[in-house]
Design a binder for this molecule. Structure first.
Ligand code: ZN
Length: 59
């Protein structure tokens, strides 16, 4: 499982998915809805993937 924890202060939303591509598409939706980022760039997503996504054991 891959887990995303939003690094934005006062947000801290978490998503998990077994598929990292699915997870990153949820991140894109989250940025749009929660952080007014209409179009996340590959640079931003790569940064978020490196800093906010961790691998967790399957439950
Ligand atoms: Zn957030």
């Amino acid at each position: 499982m891959h887990e995303f924890t939003c690094g934005h202060q006062e947000c801290g939303s978490q998503f998990t998915s077994s598929n990292k591509d699915v997870l990153m598409s949820q991140v894109v939706d989250h940025l749009k809805e929660a952080h007014a980022v209409p179009k996340a760039t590959q640079t931003l997503l790569a940064y978020l993937e490196a800093t906010c996504v961790t691998t967790v054991p399957d439950r």
